[in-house]
Ligand binder design. Structure first.
Ligand SMILES: Cc1cc2nc3c(=O)[nH]c(=O)nc-3n(C[C@H](O)[C@H](O)[C@H](O)COP(=O)(O)O)c2cc1C
Length: 317
């Protein structure tokens, strides 16, 4: 039986999950002993993410955050994925059951509020093999895989990232969509811009193709990253995207526990014509889902905003 207080705490922790453009494309419905996760497609990014792949990954990350939060409260949860099939917005049904609590998940809870997307260069410090293995293991336990890119592959992937940046910025629809999600912090979602600067920043992004500058910066970040890794799944469907999201969040928390943070260089996956080149680069037939740059941050970043629990939760208890 979930008390209202527990339910609110669980949903608050679930919403610490990352989401593309910080859209937070999730909704929760709950009764006395079950929580349902729904996709909120009013928060979709049709240009950046035409198939709702990243939207579904983001929901998967929230699902994992919820599983971690529940375990930390001593709750055993049975999760049914896609209870109404892959075409439905109903992504998961979680029921509190009598059973063993997942201690490995519970141990990650402290890192939910410490995790950040760190877009700056990381400290010039290598990521040790055993640290990488802890993150890889977290990914594997959710049914996805991380491939580490070697020096040569990193250089070539960095070129693809830059090519992706140039193609995205060249598209006024993509820029307009990005500008729409550049918000002042008080709004509770989107990519945070200081209040007064938001209208100007939005106008600049909408109007000018900054692709060359962004590409040069991202290429440098990618090739200079202490650890660049590609998250892959066997299939590329709604189920695989939910798997990706759960594996992502579990890996991010496992990494955070080791002092690592990550950021995303997904351009060669978002731009569909570049995806086969990325696959060929790492020599895999599996489906690339996310390209992540990992390392040790040089400063502590504030948390990005989230919408209040009441905005994402509907109770029927
Ligand atoms: C599926 C997915 C894709 C993302 N893609 C990018 C990206 O391409 N570039 C980027 O800078 N951040 C990307 N992000 C990070 C989000 O912008 C970030 O999670 C959000 O702004 C909230 O910030 P936080 O992660 O620090 O809580 C992505 C996150 C997710 C879950």
């Amino acid at each position: 039986m979930l008390s209202t207080e527990t339910l609110y705490a669980l949903i608050e922790q679930a919403t610490t999950a990352p989401s593309s453009h910080n859209t937070q494309p999730w909704r929760f419905r709950a009764d006395a002993d079950a929580i349902d996760l729904w996709a909120d497609r009013t928060r979709a990014l049709p240009v950046n993410d035409p198939h709702d792949r990243e939207l579904t990954i983001s929901c998967g990350a929230a699902l994992m955050a919820l599983r971690v939060a529940a375990a930390a409260r001593g709750l055993a949860i049975e999760t049914l994925i896609l209870p109404a099939g892959p075409a439905s917005d109903w992504l998961a049904h979680m029921e509190v059951i009598d059973g063993p609590v997942d201690a490995e998940l519970a141990a990650l809870a402290a890192w939910l509020v410490q995790r950040r997307t760190c877009r700056k260069a990381f400290a010039d410090r290598p990521v040790a093999t055993e640290v990488r293995q802890a993150v890889e293991q977290a990914t594997l336990s959710e049914g996805a895989t991380f491939i580490t890119l070697d020096h040569e592959q990193k250089t070539r992937a960095a070129e693809l990232v830059a090519a992706g940046d140039r193609q995205q910025w060249d598209d006024p629809r993509w820029r307009r969509e990005l500008a729409m999600w550049m918000h002042p912090r008080r709004q509770g979602d989107g990519l945070t811009i200081p209040g007064l600067a938001a209208p100007l920043a939005q106008a600049v992004v909408r109007t000018f193709d900054l692709g060359n500058g962004v590409a040069a910066k991202d290429q440098q970040l990618a090739s200079g990253s202490p650890w660049l890794a590609l998250l892959l799944t066997d299939a590329d469907d709604v189920l695989a995207w939910l798997t990706t999201g759960q594996a992502l969040q579990r890996a991010l928390l496992a990494g955070c526990r080791q002092g690592l943070q990550a950021s995303y260089l997904n351009q060669p996956i978002q731009v569909e014509t570049l995806r086969p080149q990325l696959q060929a680069l790492v020599g895999t037939a599996a489906s690339p889902q996310l390209l992540l740059r990992w390392g040790y941050p040089t400063d502590v970043l504030p948390a990005t905003p989230r919408r209040p629990v009441d905005a994402v939760l509907e109770c029927s208890a």
